[in-house]
Design a binder for this molecule. Structure first.
Ligand code: URA
Length: 199
């Protein structure tokens, strides 16, 4: 079975699974993009538009992300993108540790299928999840995104090796020119990393 069929199968399994937030949500927001990409972006949780369409990053944050990627010759079509949470939290509130614990095993399976070379974590939640060694219980102790953005780390998890590059969340930098400049610098690092050979 190819990677994209494996992802589809996993998505259908996830759709059937009982998990927190499912009941109040309209749609599962599993992930989007090609399965054979080298770079994966991970956000926090679906918002209103994502919940309605069942697709990640289709609202304002997604449009901004696409615009920011175009500046370095990339687009959302070149990456796979998913979230820490698979269903929208009510009123877009922050994810709870319990929700992260139940939702992230699906994300880990997605990453295991894709086997990306580079994982870009967007914002605090996604970044802390990876820095915590993919253990939600250890997320509290991790540094915030401002301290670690643009710093490349090699991570090894369950036989998988990839480079983690934390980035600001695209929704957080929309109207902040200073943060957009920092994002642009970080994206140069991302570009350099994807030009290198597999670890
Ligand atoms: N913000 C996220 O973190 N994820 C989405 O899918 C949309 C907005």
């Amino acid at each position: 079975m190819g990677k994209s069929e494996m992802l589809k199968e996993l998505e259908e399994e996830c759709r059937k699974a009982d998990m927190p937030l499912k009941e109040g949500a309209t749609n599962l927001v599993f992930g989007k993009g090609k399965a054979d990409v080298e770079i994966v972006f991970i956000g926090e949780a679906p918002g209103h538009n994502e919940d309605i369409q069942g697709m990640p990053f289709v609202g304002t944050a997604g449009k901004n992300l696409d615009k920011l990627l175009h500046k370095v010759g990339l687009s959302l079509d070149d990456v796979y993108i998913a979230n820490i949470l698979k269903y929208r939290p009510p009123q877009n509130r922050n994810p709870s540790t319990e929700e992260i614990k139940v939702h992230t095993p699906w994300l880990i399976e997605q990453i295991k299928i894709i086997r990306p070379r580079v994982v870009c974590s967007l914002g605090n939640y996604a970044t802390k999840f990876f820095l915590a060694g993919l253990n939600p219980e250890n997320m509290d102790k991790q540094p915030g995104i401002t301290q670690v953005r643009g710093k490349v780390r090699e991570l090894e998890f369950d036989g998988m090796k990839f480079k983690l590059i934390p980035l600001f969340h695209p929704a957080a930098i929309i109207y902040n020119r200073k943060l957009i400049e920092e994002w642009d610098k970080d994206m140069e690092i991302v570009k350099k990393e994807i030009a290198q050979k597999r670890l």
